[in-house]
Design a protein around this ligand. Structure first.
Ligand SMILES: [Zn+2]
Length: 498
């Protein structure tokens, strides 16, 4: 642990409320894990771990499984199969519980029928008592609640003896009754920027002694995308506590991004960010001269129409020709990196858009056999995660995309901090630069490093030839014919078959 991490570790163990925050890659989860380890060793407390995303819950619980076997993961199961043994079996075996639940369901159905009948009478007779309807609704609610509580009471048997309980924010709202029975004394809220008060409160019981928030105040909180009809602050409790500097430690040594990439973050969002030693020894990207580049394609390709025919993607008519070329360029670049020997799971194609853009990109991936297992992720789905090489597609499928919201600082922060070794941005950066001052600084930084332009310089690792990729055709030509030396040297092909 570095100095700041140790400070955060001490704070987390000694304060009733503590905030551990920091830019991506600064080891927030590692500190939280150390805190968990110490609590397990020195006390008999039960720890509740809450995350916003299932993926992050699985990741944290996998790390915890090295410390104890007494883990229960509550909620729907999707992720890591190694956690199956910890996942709470939601099925109820006890016949007594089944009997009472059946009674509850019958009573519920009966009440709903009475309610529907009364409503019909009410339609004919406006004077019919409103109170009578409300009374039945109350009864319906009570019966439904009774059924749920009974179910959770049963689940409690499975949770007894557990030292770590893992749930998502959705889970804590759904299993609040179960939490009251488990009485966790330590609550760790990961991705705290995504936890509104109502969910934080559900996680707390009268037995809670310690609450530790772990998060990043500058990351997207999904609260920012909610629009309420009534005036309401769309910042999370965590962000407001950070603003007020309450028991707050900001970690500042990052162990994820290559210094070229972290420079962009340092000069825009986190001026105090320091690079850890590990990121200084990353190897250069194979087959590309620079590990950071923004490709701003110039106009359309001369073989425009032939490419449209050559890549017959679904819903092609929905894409502007510019977007078609940009998306195709992003996929060709990913394909080229696969040819250079990078594994599919090491490359992520990332869109600043939404599900429509993910769909458009996936339609192109199908046309490249090497990209079968390469992931396409939207901003919301990839926050909190990282990959070796990130290709960012700025192309949109919408004619009038909401660039203003897409260019927000918190979104830019997610975009800049996912990649470990290589970050390539493809698209019209100026749209974002016009909307947001921070993007302008990013552009200036890229310009000062010579890392932005209409042409990406790639090189054949085998023969050392440099190739200028200004469009998809250049990647295609390299795939089919190889570099100029490789064309003559048939014994030593430029690309090893994967
Ligand atoms: Zn070659």
């Amino acid at each position: 642990m570095n100095e700041k991490q140790f400070e955060a570790f001490q704070l987390g163990l000694t304060r009733k409320l503590s905030l551990i925050q920091g830019p991506p890659g600064t080891g927030k989860s590692a500190v939280a894990l150390n805190i968990v380890q110490r609590i397990l060793e020195k006390t008999s407390c039960t720890i509740l771990v809450v995350t916003f995303q299932k993926y992050n819950l699985d990741k944290f619980l996998m790390d915890c499984s090295a410390l104890t076997e007494k883990i229960v993961r509550i909620g729907g199961y999707l992720g890591d199969s190694r956690l199956e043994r910890f996942t709470l079996d939601n099925t109820v075996q006890d016949p007594r519980i089944h009997r009472i639940r059946r009674q509850c369901i019958a009573q519920y159905e009966n009440l709903m029928n009475i309610f529907a009948d009364k409503l019909k009478i009410n339609d004919r007779n406006e004077d019919h008592s409103h109170d009578a309807l409300m009374h039945i609704l109350n009864e319906v609610q009570k019966t439904s609640l009774k059924g749920q509580e009974l179910h959770q009471l049963h689940l409690y048997k499975e949770c007894r003896g557990a030292r770590i309980i893992g749930m998502t924010t959705t889970g804590i709202a759904k299993y609040s009754c179960l939490l009251k029975l488990i009485r966790p004394s330590v609550v760790i809220m990961e991705e705290a920027e995504n936890s509104p008060e109502c969910q934080v409160i559900t996680a707390l019981t009268e037995y809670t002694q310690q609450l530790i928030f772990v998060g990043e105040a500058k990351r997207i909180g999904f609260l920012k995308d909610l629009h309420f009809d009534i005036p309401c602050r769309n910042t999370s409790l965590f962000e407001r506590l950070v603003e007020n500097d309450i028991n707050n430690i900001l970690l500042n040594v990052q162990h994820r991004m290559h210094p070229n990439i972290s420079d962009l973050v340092r000069e825009t969002l986190y001026p105090d960010l320091i690079d850890g030693d590990n990121v200084k020894s990353y190897q250069p990207i194979r087959g590309i001269s620079k590990n950071l580049f923004c490709v701003v394609l110039k106009g359309l390709s001369p073989n425009d129409d032939s490419l449209l025919e050559q890549f017959p993607v679904q819903n092609q008519e929905k894409l502007s020709k510019e977007s078609f070329h940009e998306i195709l360029f992003s996929c060709s670049l990913a394909n080229y990196l696969r040819q250079q020997g990078y594994k599919a799971h090491e490359i992520v194609i990332f869109t600043t858009g939404s599900d429509n853009e993910v769909e458009a990109l996936e339609a192109f991936l199908v046309l490249f056999p090497l990209l079968k297992d390469v992931r396409v992720k939207s901003m919301e789905k990839f926050q909190g995660q990282e990959c070796r090489i990130l290709i960012v597609s700025l192309a949109t499928t919408d004619q009038n995309p909401n660039i203003e919201s897409m260019s927000r600082d918190d979104r830019l922060c997610v975009l800049l901090t996912r990649a470990q070794e290589g970050l390539y941005i493809v698209g019209q950066l100026d749209l974002y630069v016009e909307m947001n001052e921070t993007w302008r600084k990013v552009k200036e930084n890229l310009e000062s490093k010579g890392c932005i332009g209409p042409i990406l310089s790639i090189k054949c690792e085998k023969h050392g030839c440099e190739i200028l990729a200004a469009g998809v055709e250049d990647f295609l030509k390299f795939s089919q014919e190889g570099c100029p030396t490789g064309t003559l040297d048939k014994e030593n092909p430029c690309i090893e078959s994967n």
